[in-house]
Design a protein. Structure first.
Length: 344
């Protein structure tokens, strides 16, 4: 084995969905955009459909096509980016449901796919996607006459329960949608955890399914094992890696490990990261190369066959904290070169 190996626990994904579902009395969808947060939207979506998910969200129509191929007919697959120019065939052929974001998209939908199912995305203050209150007021009767399957909006600050933006957006969304008979959705993982007021008819968790914060009770989903290719001893004063950026200060046993920046282990973060031999942290030393890193295993007392970048000792969010990012970016930044296996 000369490439790093990513193990994805699909039963943990399914359990996380069930746990989130149990926190509300409404329907729970599943967000599988960005190829299922980097873990393979086909496998993830099938596992979630088996667990009972009936509605899936993706960012782009192309992603929706892949999920449709994996799931077959039946489950609803909705597209956050709505109905973009050039998407009509994909949307029709794969029975996708665009979340319409603007008057232009609405026109495109009605012209290209009259009578086809669609939803509407409203902007309640995030200023990213969706119709703003004025636009919605002007189009609302027209839209409602065509029976949208969902009206939705998205929270900007839901990972912080104390942020006043949450309540502001809740009120705005209510003003825009109270009294409608159309199903409503406001919350992703963070909003779901804010409580029943935020649940409406449907929640749309993504990161929580994949074991990420802010869902603290999530089960870990990924394990990333890096094979050790070579082990050598360095005398004090010897250096390692490109640019001689690291110098041994003591007799050092150094493991050369098969994973680098081409696998998502970013150079920028080189100095701070640790990999683990079981539970024992070992420091990455020297610069990260394209395919290799070097790790100080002196204190281990044995030569490991693999070192884990992600696993029980270092989860997605711990790694994210260490390198100054968020769990979402760790997951979607996982390299494509890894051998992958799915368990559960
Ligand atoms: C990504 C996304 C979600 C899922 O968010 P998580 O924080 O991963 O749960 C839900 N809704 C929209 C509009 C999104 O863009």
């Amino acid at each position: 084995m000369s490439t790093a190996h990513l193990t994805i626990d699909l039963s943990a994904v399914a359990d996380n969905w069930r746990q989130l579902d149990a926190l509300t009395s409404v329907e729970t969808a599943a967000v599988v955009k960005a190829d299922g947060y980097g873990l393979g939207s086909d496998r993830v979506a099938r596992a979630l459909a088996d667990a009972g998910a009936r509605r899936f969200f993706v960012a782009a129509a192309e992603e929706g096509a892949k999920v449709r191929d994996a799931l077959g007919p039946g489950p609803e697959i909705a597209v956050f980016s709505g109905h973009m120019e050039g998407d009509s065939d994909l949307i029709r052929d794969h029975a996708l449901v665009p979340m319409i974001n603007s008057a232009d998209q609405l026109l495109r939908q009605f012209e290209a796919l009259p009578g086809a199912p669609f939803g509407v995305q409203l902007d309640s203050g995030m200023n990213r996607l969706g119709m703003e209150p004025g636009e919605w007021a002007a189009l609302r009767d027209l839209v409602l006459g065509e029976r949208p399957v969902l009206v939705m909006s998205h929270l900007a600050c839901a990972d912080d329960p104390e942020d006043p933006m949450n309540r502001y957006q809740l009120e705005t969304f209510r003003q825009m949608t109270d009294g409608l008979t159309v199903p409503r959705s406001l919350s992703a993982t963070g909003g779901l955890l804010l409580g029943p007021e935020f649940h409406f008819d449907l929640t749309r968790p993504g990161i929580g399914l994949y074991g990420g914060m802010p869902f603290e009770e999530a089960q870990p989903v990924v394990q990333l094992d890096l094979p050790v290719i070579q082990i050598r001893d360095l005398a004090p004063g010897e250096t390692a890696g490109y640019g001689n950026s690291w110098t041994a200060e003591r007799p050092t046993r150094l493991a050369t490990v098969a994973a680098g920046y081409a696998d998502g282990i970013h150079r920028a973060a080189g100095a701070v990261r640790e990999v683990f031999a079981e539970d024992t942290p070992c420091h990455i030393v020297g610069r990260v190369s394209m395919d290799l890193i070097t790790v100080d295993v002196t204190d281990l007392g044995h030569d490991p066959a693999v070192l884990s970048l992600l696993g029980p000792a270092q989860g997605v969010d711990q790694l994210a904290d260490a390198i100054g990012t968020i769990g979402y970016e760790v997951l979607t930044g996982l390299g494509q070169r890894y051998g992958r296996s799915y368990i559960g």
